[in-house]
Design a protein around this ligand. Structure first.
Ligand code: IMP
Length: 416
């Protein structure tokens, strides 16, 4: 039986997973998503055509690959249907788990209202209803994709949920739809999605029994994990590799190679601790050169230096075998580059990530910069200082860098 290879973000998301999944997926028969929702997003260009993906796995761009949205994902039918409209002939190569939970309009409205009420304590969510949808799942008050097949019953159940939460929804200013309005909407979702709703666990297990090659595409990043990230400034799912097991129905023994996607510097969108953030001109340069604006919300990402302490922590949590080092070219032209190798915490020097990052101060090591690596495709052609930077990342984290990305182009990639 084959094992499934996994791609996981090592920082706060936006590490450049899209390029690597797109590049590697041609070697796989199935590409699967296990968690998150339409808060995730990446843009992929193929032959001059732009595709925006939020829920559908990137394997969709290759016609022979089967793509699965697993049970751990929260699915917004409206967003999904719009995304599906970019593609033709999805039948037979795209499936949505009937166990995945629904993320409906009221979830987004609750998310946005709660964020507004939090004021300067807001998490800075994407406003896509992710937290409320997962909260319903965990409270056992959620509804699953399979229920879309009976829109009459689902609309009745939802109306009864709304009635029992009327005071709460009114206080948040969330408008309750009429039963008829809801029924019409759910019926249209059924019509569009029915051919794709399936028991994806069985599809995946059969594929494994047939020795098909499977790639698991992580969403968001490790430091946004609900259990291991910078709580409460996190997303509401398990973004680490273990989440791929629960989110797809795989045993831990089914996971093969784990590739950590690591950006050569750090970014974070939304609020929460970020020890190595650079609020000066270096951070601005990273933002402008790296085009660090969110694909889902357009927000400007906060930027800063590589945090090897956080990266080491994230790599161990995920069981990372090797890194794909992304956007190394964004650091071109810096006179020197910094890596955080330890933290000062409560008067002590520590080399691990504590549960609260608010009180840590980064301790940096400074390395000489390089002129340009943009577009280089052979490791030997890299300038010496870029090689030293890579080597230092490997020494500080204990993980080998096996892929280096030197521009957004698919082919500007070094394989070691
Ligand atoms: P939520 O997932 O919309 O609830 O947002 C919670 C936190 O996760 C916020 O800081 C978001 O900016 C962040 N977040 C969610 N999805 C992504 C992503 O795909 N990339 C980067 N950050 C994300």
């Amino acid at each position: 039986m084959t094992k499934a290879d996994l791609i996981v973000g090592i920082q706060w998301g936006d590490e450049g997973k899209g390029k690597i999944v797109d590049m590697l997926s041609q070697n796989y028969d199935l590409v699967c998503r296990s968690g998150g929702g339409h808060n995730a997003g990446h843009t992929i260009w193929v032959n001059g055509v732009k595709y925006a993906l939020h829920l559908i796995p990137s394997g969709i761009l290759h016609p022979n690959i089967i793509n699965i949205i697993g049970n751990g994902v929260v699915v917004n039918p409206e967003a999904l249907i719009e995304e599906m409209s970019q593609f033709e002939n999805l039948q037979g190569r795209f499936y949505i788990s009937d166990r995945a939970h629904l993320n409906l309009t009221h979830h987004s409205l609750i998310d946005q209202a709660k964020e507004r009420l939090k004021g300067d304590k807001a998490i800075g969510t994407t406003g896509k209803g992710i937290g409320p949808a997962y909260a319903d799942k965990i409270s056992r008050t959620g509804h699953r994709v399979g229920e879309l097949l009976n829109p009459k019953e689902l609309s009745e159940n939802l109306i009864s949920d709304f009635e029992s939460n009327r005071a709460y929804l009114d206080a948040l200013g969330v408008k309750i739809p009429s039963k008829d309005e809801l029924y019409q909407k759910l019926s249209s979702f059924k019509e569009a999605l029915e051919p794709y709703i399936a028991d994806t666990t069985q599809i995946l297990w059969s594929a494994m029994d047939e020795n098909k090659k499977i790639l698991l595409e992580g969403a968001q990043g490790t430091l946004l994990d609900i259990d291991h990230g910078t709580y409460p400034y996190v997303t509401s799912s398990n973004t680490i590799s273990a989440g791929a097991c629960t989110g797809l129905g795989l045993s831990p023994k089914s996971i093969g190679n784990v590739i950590g996607i690591l950006k050569a510097y750090t970014t974070r969108v939304g609020n929460g601790a970020f020890p190595t953030q650079d609020s000066g001109k270096d951070g601005d340069t990273m933002c402008e050169v790296g085009k660090e604006y969110g694909t889902t919300t357009g927000r400007r990402r906060r930027c800063g230096w590589l945090d090897a302490v956080a990266v080491r922590y994230a790599s161990r949590l995920n069981g990372v075998d090797s890194y794909a080092l992304m956007k190394l070219d964004v650091l071109d032209g810096f006179k020197s580059v910094k890596i955080c190798k330890a933290y000062k915490y409560k008067g002590e020097i520590i080399d691990y990530m504590p549960s609260n990052l608010d009180e840590v101060t980064p301790i940096y090591e400074e390395l000489d910069g390089w002129d340009s690596i943009s577009g280089i495709r052979n490791y030997d052609d890299l300038p010496q200082n870029a090689k030293i930077y890579i080597k230092r990342i490997e020494e500080l984290t204990g993980v080998r860098v096996s892929i280096i990305s030197t521009s957004p182009e698919r082919s500007d990639t070094i394989l070691r």
